[in-house]
Ligand binder design. Structure first.
Ligand SMILES: Cc1ncc(COP(=O)(O)O)c(C=O)c1O
Length: 441
């Protein structure tokens, strides 16, 4: 009998006892290939010696010092490192302990920026349906998964949602990808106008949609139009790169491939690679300077922000990625994985779409390829695929609600950046078997 409130209360979880490279071993000695990095977290795999060494050195010196009393060398170095490689205009970083905290901080800092700019009437956030920004109340409010929001709706802050950039289902047959992106951008523009541009704080979006859609990039030109619309209406652009950022799509930041810079950007998962809980909010100078020259403090804080051990882990993870040129491997192996997925599932009767960027790939499961009809949500196909994959020693990240928050299933793959082609062959083979088994019954 467990005293832990597990994610699924009735489910019996194997005990993970050790991890090495791309595998996790359970207490029965069974090994699992970690083809999803947990939830797109373990970008260097498990037990990387350089990261462990850096963490040991830090813990021997200092495990914790509260940020209202001290700064630490390791937090300063990590901030310098992040700023040195950040999109244009980003000069400061707030450290937190995960993705939801980074999003909460983004929402509050955006609001405080406008209050201190003399525009306290701004109160709305605009975000997209089918997005996931975390589970705390602010993050849940901007998130667009209806099944997660519904029961907490009375507690959520004012957010309006527009359509996701979801080409497989959203683009009309008579539309080019560019025209589709333009239509989505106009929808955002119209929503801002409807609410009154001077009442809107920010538009929030995942640069590449992760858990809720399964690695879906936006159509070409979409984010450039979004940037232009936000600028024209003087509202902030908050990018959520908690999952898709820090190298996952083949560039350090996913927005580099969109050739835009956000006003605020949330990062987490791949920042510390799972070695310690850490997230960060990156901010444009204009936001920092407004607060610095106004009240002089962001009205926010957590006990564990800038935790030295977490900063040491993240600094080491980022150092290894750069030293070992792993972003090049993400691009090469990502292209290989995409090709192998297309070969295996391109004509599969129950796979409607294969998509993604870098080592961030998704496949969408459908009952009928022609009509794109999803499976009956009552079947919980995504859960079946997960357990069939686990039975075969494979960790992938399947999810339901892809189509509209209720219907639809997809599988997300996010292997560590150290992965090589032979292992990806095994991943695709086992995934194929798991999907065949899950759809057969
Ligand atoms: C895009 C995105 N934003 C925010 C979060 C929330 O992060 P955390 O679970 O660390 O709070 C997640 C988690 O999956 C995510 O994928």
């Amino acid at each position: 009998m467990t005293h832990v409130l597990h994610r699924r209360i009735a489910h019996s979880y194997p005990f993970a006892v050790s991890g090495h490279g791309i595998t996790i071993r359970d207490s029965a000695g069974k090994e699992y290939i970690d083809a999803s990095g947990g939830a797109a977290v373990s970008c260097l795999g498990h037990s990387h010696p350089d990261v462990l060494r850096a963490m040991r050195e830090q813990v021997d010196k200092l495990a914790y010092a509260h940020t209202s009393f001290f700064t630490t060398q390791v937090a300063e170095e990590l901030a310098d490192d992040l700023v040195a490689h950040a999109p244009d205009g980003i000069g400061h970083v707030l450290f937190v302990s995960g993705g939801s905290e980074a999003i909460e901080a983004a929402l509050k800092l955006a609001r405080q920026y406008f209050v201190e700019s003399g525009e306290p009437q701004r109160r709305y956030f605009i975000a997209r349906r089918q997005s996931y920004h975390g589970t705390t109340l602010g993050a849940l409010a901007v998130g667009g998964r209806e099944w997660q929001r519904r029961e907490f709706a009375p507690l959520l802050i004012e957010t309006r949602h527009v359509s996701p950039a979801y080409e497989y289902r959203g683009r009309r047959v008579d539309e080019t990808p560019q025209a589709y992106g333009e239509r989505l951008a106009r929808e955002l523009d119209d929503k801002i106008t409807e609410l009154g541009a001077d009442h809107v704080i920010a538009f929030v979006a995942e640069t590449v949609v992760g858990a809720s859609l399964g690695a879906v990039p936006a159509p070409p030109g979409y984010f450039q139009r979004v940037r232009e619309i936000c600028d024209r209406h003087r509202i902030l652009l908050i990018l959520d790169e908690v999952m898709c950022g820090m190298g996952r799509t083949g560039t350090l930041h996913a927005c580099e491939q969109e050739e835009i810079a956000p006003d605020l950007m949330a990062i987490a998962k791949g920042l510390g690679g799972g070695y310690a809980p850490i997230g960060a909010l990156l901010m444009q100078d204009k936001i920092f300077e407004t607060v610095a020259g106004g009240s002089g403090a962001f009205q926010h804080g957590h006990t564990y922000m800038g935790h030295p051990l977490a900063c040491a882990a993240a600094l080491a993870v980022q150092g290894v990625i750069r030293r070992d040129k792993l972003l090049a491997n993400v691009r090469t192996q990502g292209a290989y994985l995409s090709r192998r997925l297309n070969e295996r599932f391109g004509n599969h009767p129950y796979v409607g779409d294969v998509r993604g960027r870098g080592l961030f790939q998704g496949i969408e499961l459908v009952a009928d390829r022609g009509t794109k009809e999803p499976f009956d949500p009552g079947l919980k196909l995504h859960a079946r695929v997960k357990s069939e994959a686990m039975a075969r020693g494979l960790m992938v990240y399947p999810m339901g609600g892809t189509v509209d928050g209720v219907r639809g299933d997809h599988v997300l793959l996010a292997p560590p950046f150290i992965v090589e082609a032979p292992l990806l062959d095994t991943v695709v083979e086992r995934l194929g078997e798991a999907i065949d088994a899950a759809t057969a019954s």
